[in-house]
Design a binder for this molecule. Structure first.
Ligand code: SAH
Ligand code: SF4
Ligand code: F3S
Length: 470
């Protein structure tokens, strides 16, 4: 066997931001075994697919990717370039378990999202010749047992970061696989989250997005031993020096409580952008989806949020063609979009997911009807997004400079509303928050000119951040 220090891991990430966060945690766990990340699958000793189960044929796509990987592994071996260990993680792993081992003999390890802290041990077992399946929900605390990344590793990952605070979902929307693949709602204790946020800030991170499948359902043990909701947690995180920007995603309309609204009202660092999926505008469909709120409840809630934070922009998720959706139901979705106006949105055709209640509904909507509805909805949402971006031209906003742009001397920054803004600035300014005047809009981004620094900028954090490699 070669020197373990030389080992490389390639992790391919599918799905939501929680998987992006988890892929970094797997990399942290593997670093303890001497594995360094690589972007090239060919040179990897270990390949992990961190899968998503939300879309139609998700599992089939994993099997065909595994077919390609098998060819690559065989070619590598033939060339004398060594062995390749192959793992399947994430939501397809959790859902399919043993089935993956049966259908894809190339796979050495199948392990679900709750077992990432055990990855070094699972890898040892695989290297000893076992085919490892680990999809039970273990009782020990995954997060407490995951190793912490070194400061320079965190620094290299950039100035914005995700931080998972809650996993799983108890909402059981009738179309959704998440409660089955990620399990019951569970929140991390606040002290753990605060410590992680402090470590991130110390490494130069300035923009943190708290993650959870139902993040505003967060209910963790607080630093004072009491039960904390997401609002309370945000107030505490806002005290961390250097953390100028906080966000959270994705939230459920039923869990916007008073304290969370107060956070939107009182915290400058809580960015004025909220992803609050409504899925449909029809009360009949909302009921069939088990969303537990009506059209009016949602619109009223948006009013309250906009009262608390007038510059807030909204984003959402929509499903068209849910079983039983009529033309009138769909028009209600168009109506709620016009009434609320979104800065950004994701919209999908309903796709039956085996094991979910809606999949068994005999009243499925025809494919061409779904396509036509999706086209109309996306046209409207795209128009709203363009209008939102255009509304920023001529205004001034703060910008977190994140990475180099494509052109010489150009940097790309993130606006409070998650827009990409291109400016002329030297690379050393990455990590700074500046004030920028928006000059015009491109297809997917804005263009601006830096007009000044930003008052809350923490210079002590910037001076020692030359090493950033974005
Ligand atoms: N936790 C998130 C949802 C994650 S899934 C939330 O509650 O907002 C992301 C989005 O995928 C959902 O909001 C929904 O719009 C879409 N989605 C989930 N299951 C789907 C299905 N069976 N068909 C079509 N879209 C689906
Ligand atoms: Fe799925 Fe989100 Fe509904 Fe939970 S709240 S079941 S994750 S769509
Ligand atoms: Fe996909 Fe699992 Fe996220 S199914 S959307 S990766 S929670």
């Amino acid at each position: 066997m070669t020197n373990p220090k030389d080992k490389k891991v390639f992790v391919k990430t599918y799905g939501c931001q929680m998987n992006v966060y988890d892929s970094d945690r797997m990399a942290d766990a593997l670093a303890t075994k001497g594995y360094a990340p690589t972007q090239e699958m060919e040179e990897a000793d270990l390949v992990i697919l961190n899968t998503c189960h939300i879309r139609e044929k998700a599992a089939e796509k994993v099997y065909s990717e595994l077919g390609r990987i098998r060819k690559m592994r065989d070619a590598k071996k033939e060339k004398g370039d060594g062995e390749m260990t192959i793992g399947v993680a994430g939501c397809v792993a959790q859902a399919e378990g043993e089935e993956i081992m049966r259908r894809a003999p190339v796979v050495d390890m199948v392990f679900g999202p709750q077992s990432y802290h055990r990855l070094p041990e699972l890898l040892d077992r695989a290297h000893n010749g076992s085919r490892v399946v680990e999809t039970d929900f273990p009782v020990e605390d995954k997060f407490a047992n995951l190793p912490k990344a070194k400061k320079e590793v965190t620094r290299k990952r950039g100035v914005s970061s995700f931080l998972t605070v809650q996993e799983g979902c108890d909402k059981f929307c009738t179309f959704c696989v998440v409660p089955y693949t990620r399990g019951a709602e569970a929140s991390r204790p606040a002290h753990q989250i605060i410590a992680e946020a402090e470590r991130l800030a110390d490494a130069g991170v300035r923009d943190i997005t708290l993650l959870g499948q139902n993040v505003n359902g967060y209910h963790g043990e607080g630093a004072d031993g009491k039960d904390w909701g997401l609002g309370k947690l945000l107030f505490r995180l806002a005290e961390i020096p250097g953390l100028d920007r906080l966000r959270y995603t994705t939230s459920h309309p039923r869990d916007m409580d008073e304290e969370l609204l107060a956070a939107h009202r009182d915290l400058d660092s809580l960015m004025p952008y909220l992803h609050l999926p409504v899925q449909s505008g029809s009360d009949k469909i909302l009921k069939a989806m088990n969303r537990q709120h009506s059209y009016d409840d949602y619109v009223r809630l948006i009013d309250v949020i906009r009262d608390a934070r007038p510059d807030i922009a909204l984003s959402g998720d929509f499903i068209v063609g849910f079983p039983g959706e009529t033309d009138e139901d769909f028009e209600q979705t168009m109506r709620i979009v016009r009434e609320v106006t979104y800065a950004s949105a994701y919209s999908f055709k309903y796709s039956p997911r085996p094991g979910t209640p809606a999949a068994d509904n005999p009243d499925q909507v025809a494919e061409e009807v779904k396509s036509e509805r999706l086209y109309r909805l996306q046209e409207l949402l795209n128009q709203q997004q363009t209008d939102f971006n255009a509304s920023k031209v001529g205004t001034t906003m703060t910008l977190l400079l994140e990475r180099k742009g494509r052109d010489e001397g150009q940097l790309v920054g993130k606006s409070p509303w998650l827009q990409a803004v291109h400016v002329q600035a030297p690379e050393e300014m990455i990590g700074e928050i500046v004030t920028v005047h928006i000059d015009n809009i491109g297809t997917n981004s804005l263009f601006g000119t830096i007009t000044g620094g930003h008052s809350t900028m923490d210079r002590s954090k910037i001076s020692h951040r030359e090493g950033i490699n974005t």
